[in-house]
Design a binder for this molecule. Sequence first.
Ligand code: NAP
Ligand code: MG
Length: 405
Amino acid sequence: MSKIGMKNPVVEMDGDEMTRVLWQWIKEDLLCPYVDLKTEYYDLGLVNRDQTDDQVTIDAANANKKYKVGVKCATITPNAQRVEEYHLKQMWKSPNGTIRRILDGTVFRAPILAKGITPYVPGWTKPIVLARHAYGDVYSGVETWAQRGQKAYLVVEDEQGNVQEKLLIQDFQKGDGIVQSMHNMDTSIASFARSCFNYALDLKMPLWFATKDTISKKYDHRFKDIFAEIFEKEYKEKFEAAGIEYMYTLIDDAVARVMRSNGGILWACKNYDGDVMSDMVATAYGSLGLMTSVLVSPDGNYEFEAAHGTVTRHYYKHLRGEETSTNSVATIFAWTGALAKRGELDDTPQLVEFAKKLERATIRTIEEGEMTGDLIPLFNAQGITPKKLDSRAFLKAVAKRLENE
Ligand code: NAP
Ligand code: MG
């Protein structure tokens, strides 16, 4: 059988620990036998990031901009303990943060559904894709304590330092308290909006966006207005043609609607709402091993990855020569997402078809009762007793089904 060809490369960003081990096996068992894999390889493993003074992360992000499509393995974000463990020159920044800054993108997280793995919210029969604005608000907020008798103001100056506006926040006459201020940027909100509109069109899913503009009449209202303006000008007709809708509502109403829905929604959230809701949505669908993540920039660059980390505990077992049962599904789907997008951009339908086949084979493996240990307690299908496979055996079980797709 001849292998499927690729016109342009995918930017491949290798990573750390157990996911680095899975990465190699996925390529060996599921990709290289079928696809003449064309990648531009960047080793984002911590050792190489340290050796290159993290230049490799910047190069990889720039390559992702050049080739439009990247796939990334989970990587260690070093803390003090990692600095010691790896004898690092310094505590390098989160690679995901660096890539996000360079691509200026929005992260979308989507669960992978399989029959037998029932979400904790039984009505959610279709995926809920969550988009989190990753700039500003309380994450770059400024805050302090105030003492009784003090007054706190919000002050705005012009470039020369002349006070333009001075608003009393609170007069702390009656006792001590706390104050907080935060900001966002119109450009960042507009990028976020365009990323969401584009991704909704890609997925052909309705887009919901919510803030608390009735209370926050300037701050949250700005988000609402920027989304509305960009939608009217640039996306309304495209949404009509695609048969999907854009809905704006209040955040509390959105939460109530999401709970009642069957899923099948792209839910755009402000930074804090997205932080909270993404963990709720991820948990409700089952396992971290079934959650994918894609970074989409407003100018159409895509970086696919699994939402989980490097699964350190399993890696140390692996190093001791013990068997592991680590879920590779989200990492497989990172690859299929990247290959399908590559195929779509390059007009290579065989590549898109292969990616879909591999996804079906992966889901079918679980649905037919063969899975990694994390899914066993979640699995419930009549007449099927789930069988726990080790990390490599799961990939072989997928490969066997891929042969018959
Ligand atoms: P983690 O690697 O996601 O793992 C946390 C725990 O969740 C694991 O110990 C395991 O539980 C379970 N788990 C996660 N993914 C799994 C999978 N695919 N299959 C089976 N079980 C899975 O998070 P962490 O331990 O907090 O972080 C480890 C390292 O990953 C850190 O160095 C962190 O910086 C990095 N990280 C990277 C990314 C990224 O690159 N996007 C994201 C998050 C964290 P049991 O041990 O109970 O089996
Ligand atoms: Mg969080």
